[in-house]
Design a protein around this ligand. Structure first.
Ligand code: F6P
Length: 346
């Protein structure tokens, strides 16, 4: 009996807290958008945002095609059912874009005017460093409360251990490398596999270690042609090898590196650029859970007065980091992993 009373009391408390939050929050309507490179799990984040908002009686407008849609007024109302059956889908149902117009003061003024005309009190931005640079400027110039959700396969945002999409992308790449290894071994060939990461080596490093690469080249470490040559030729090596290179690590990319290396390494070689395959596909369970957690936290954050921050996860806990820091500060790769990869590829 007493347990029942406790239970009823608890439910009433939760309802009362929700009621208080509703009447006290200035946020009655929010806009949500995905911007920049899409990442698996963006839809799962969107679902969490829309449903957390609905739970708190907050209206949601989806802004389509990222900042371009904000400038054009491309808005669509969203309710809990409009995000049904998307948790498992890659890409983003809101569409995304890289917007050059938004990088101008005039573009941002147009976007802000549209948001105000729609009665939007706050924004949730899902994306990477370009998205958050835009959000910072929009906030600084037009004082629109914004909370970010880290969504990029690159994992290069300061303020979160992992970004939504990263886990799926590295698993996709490792699966491809396992397949490449079979054919590389069958022919005794060297494969140069280029993975994404224009400015950061998170993908290359994890994928290289998980895929057992002989050498991993990342933008954080100065390019070293000689080190690769040595690795591929030491001890009259006459067997297959895999070199993983991040797209930003060698001037000219994997194709050029392979061509130059072929003068010294007398094994047949092939180049595989994994490219946008890494961006697609159904999000992993880990990405879905992270997206759910951070999407929901972003809305709760807005309701509690957070602004101009990103909701990230550090050591399993949700942490709000100033938006500017997420793209201005550099999240470094784990140097011990670099060392480990050198030891294991002996
Ligand atoms: O930022 C995500 C990312 O996939 C990078 O790894 C890559 O360099 C870039 O986007 C590719 O962008 P786009 O799809 O515009 O060619």
């Amino acid at each position: 009996m007493s347990e029942r009373i406790l239970c009823i009391f608890f439910v009433q408390m939760v309802n009362f807290k929700r009621f208080l939050k509703e009447i006290m929050s200035k946020i009655k309507k929010i806009g949500v958008y995905t911007s920049g490179g899409d990442a698996p799990g963006m839809n799962a984040a969107l679902r969490a945002i829309v449903r957390t908002a609905a739970y708190n009686s907050v209206e949601v407008l989806g802004i389509q095609h990222g900042y371009n849609g904000m400038i054009k007024g491309d808005f669509v109302p969203m309710g809990p059912r409009s995000v049904s059956n998307i948790i498992q889908r890659g890409g983003t149902i809101l569409k995304t874009a890289r917007s050059s117009e938004f990088m101008t003061r005039e573009g941002r003024a147009k976007a802000a005017a549209n948001l105000k005309a729609q009665g939007i009190d706050g924004l949730v931005a899902i994306g990477g460093n370009g998205t958050f640079q835009g959000a910072t400027l929009l906030h600084d110039e037009h004082a629109i409360p914004t909370v970010g959700v880290p969504g990029t396969i690159d994992n290069d945002l300061y303020g979160t251990d992992f970004t939504v999409g990263y886990d799926t992308a590295i698993n996709t790449a490792v699966e491809s490398i396992d397949k490449i290894r079979d054919t590389a071994d069958a022919h005794d060939r060297v494969f140069y596999v280029e993975v994404m990461g224009r400015d950061s080596g998170f993908i290359a490093l994890d994928v290289g270690i998980a895929g057992g690469a002989e050498y991993i080249a990342i933008p954080e470490i100065e390019e070293n042609f000689e080190a690769i040559r040595q690795k591929l030729t030491t001890g009259g090596r006459q067997r297959s090898s895999i070199v993983v290179i991040a797209e930003g690590s060698f001037n000219g990319g994997a194709v050029d590196l392979a061509r130059r290396m072929s003068e010294f390494v007398h094994l047949h070689y092939r180049v595989t650029v994994l490219g946008h395959i890494q961006r697609g596909g159904s999000p992993s369970a880990r990405d879905r859970v992270l997206a759910a957690k951070l999407g929901s936290a972003a809305v709760e954050g807005l309701l509690h007065g957070e602004t101009n921050v990103m909701a990230g996860e550090i050591n399993g806990k949700v942490v709000m980091t100033p938006m500017r820091d997420t793209w201005e500060k550099k999240k470094g790769v784990d140097n011990s992993l670099v060392q480990l990869s050198q030891i294991l590829s002996i």
